[in-house]
Design a binder for this molecule. Structure first.
Ligand SMILES: Nc1nc2c(ncn2[C@@H]2O[C@H](COP(=O)(O)OP(=O)(O)OP(=O)(O)O)[C@@H](O)[C@H]2O)c(=O)[nH]1
Ligand SMILES: [Mg+2]
Ligand SMILES: [Zn+2]
Length: 306
């Protein structure tokens, strides 16, 4: 029998049958040791085959269907292992806040590079619009113009105050969308507003600090009543970019990708080579220096904490 993984706790997987029934499933040991270097061999969004256990309401996952795509990140503390955040995605939505808690440009860029590398359409949602000061709105405008200039759709919303949510509904309709971002940025609140029937657990303002408190602990797929699915995920603190060769990194920056053939050297690293059109574009302001800084930071494998 075939089903879709809608939630995973690490030891149990909730699999939705083709008839729409949610079945608790386990996996057999062989899945864990098959040479897969991820902490989770099966992720939300995966299609699997399963068999019921004798005389039980639970089942065992027997096979994993090939993934159309997935988003993966390096795990915290287990530098050699990585974790699949979601599979078979149409698009990924990064929820960003400029304060409470702040999301850095470096973090945004790492996320966008990861999405490019796995060929998943990414968009940015700037949340908590209701909290923005005059000055905050200026910064928001700068950030949005950086990313819209490169071609990433940007939206400013308030999940809590229900501002600009209809625009999001249109984008999400009939798509499978991964919702990601730091803890505390309001992912679950946003999903609750988009789809009021779900009622996901969200952080209490009183017990919540600038680092977030990881209210959502497991990824979970939610059905949208107007068509489509959302995957709510636990907040990520740092995002290690995996599986990208240094020589290929610039291909995952669309504004660099558009210029690459024009560098004097075909193997230009865009660091200090003469005749490098990427460096020229940074100097002339056509490529944002924050984006180039992120390029260098990822290239040199620097800390991913922010
Ligand atoms: N002012 C304001 N607060 C918001 C908004 N959206 C969420 N919050 C608050 O931010 C806090 C965190 O919200 P959550 O939805 O739990 O955040 P999350 O991103 O799901 O966090 P994790 O599950 O820990 O990853 C809560 O106190 C929310 O009430 C918003 O648009 N405006
Ligand atoms: Mg949450
Ligand atoms: Zn170059």
């Amino acid at each position: 029998m075939r089903g879709l993984v809608t939630k995973s706790t690490g030891s149990w997987y909730w699999v939705e049958s083709e008839g729409g029934r949610r079945i608790p499933c386990r996996i057999k040991g062989k899945f864990r040791t098959k040479g897969i270097k991820t902490t989770n061999p099966i992720a939300v969004g995966d299609w699997v085959n399963y068999e019921f256990e004798p005389d039980q309401d639970s089942a065992v996952i027997t096979a994993l269907e090939p993934r159309r795509n997935y988003i993966i990140r390096r795990s915290i503390n287990l530098s050699r292992q990585s974790q699949i955040i979601g599979a078979n995605l149409d698009q990924a939505l990064l929820v960003v806040t400029l304060a409470s808690p702040p999301t850095s440009l470096g973090f945004i860029d790492r996320f966008l590079v990861t999405a490019e590398a796995y060929d998943i359409l990414a968009m940015l949602v700037f949340n908590k619009l209701d909290l923005f000061s005059e000055e905050g709105l200026d910064i928001l405008e700068d950030y949005m113009s950086i990313y819209e200039g490169i071609g990433y759709p940007c939206y400013a919303v308030s999940g809590q105050q229900n501002i600009n949510i209809d625009v999001l509904r249109n984008l999400l309709k009939d798509k499978v969308t991964l919702v990601s971002g730091h803890s505390g940025v309001g992912k679950s609140t946003l999903i609750n507003t988009i789809e009021p029937s779900v009622n996901l657990k969200t952080g209490e303002l009183s017990e919540w600090s600038d680092k977030g408190k990881h209210t959502t602990t497991f990824a979970e797929m939610i059905d949208l009543s107007f068509g489509g699915k959302l995957i709510d995920t636990p907040g990520i603190r740092e995002l290690g970019v995996v599986d990208i060769e240094k020589e290929e990194l610039s291909h995952f920056f669309p504004e660099m990708r558009a210029r690459l053939n024009a560098c004097r050297f075909h193997n230009c690293r865009h660091i200090n080579e003469p005749g490098c059109v990427v460096i020229e574009a940074v100097e002339s302001g056509e490529i944002q220096s924050s984006r180039y800084d992120s390029y260098l930071s990822i290239y040199h494998n620097q800390d991913t904490r922010n």
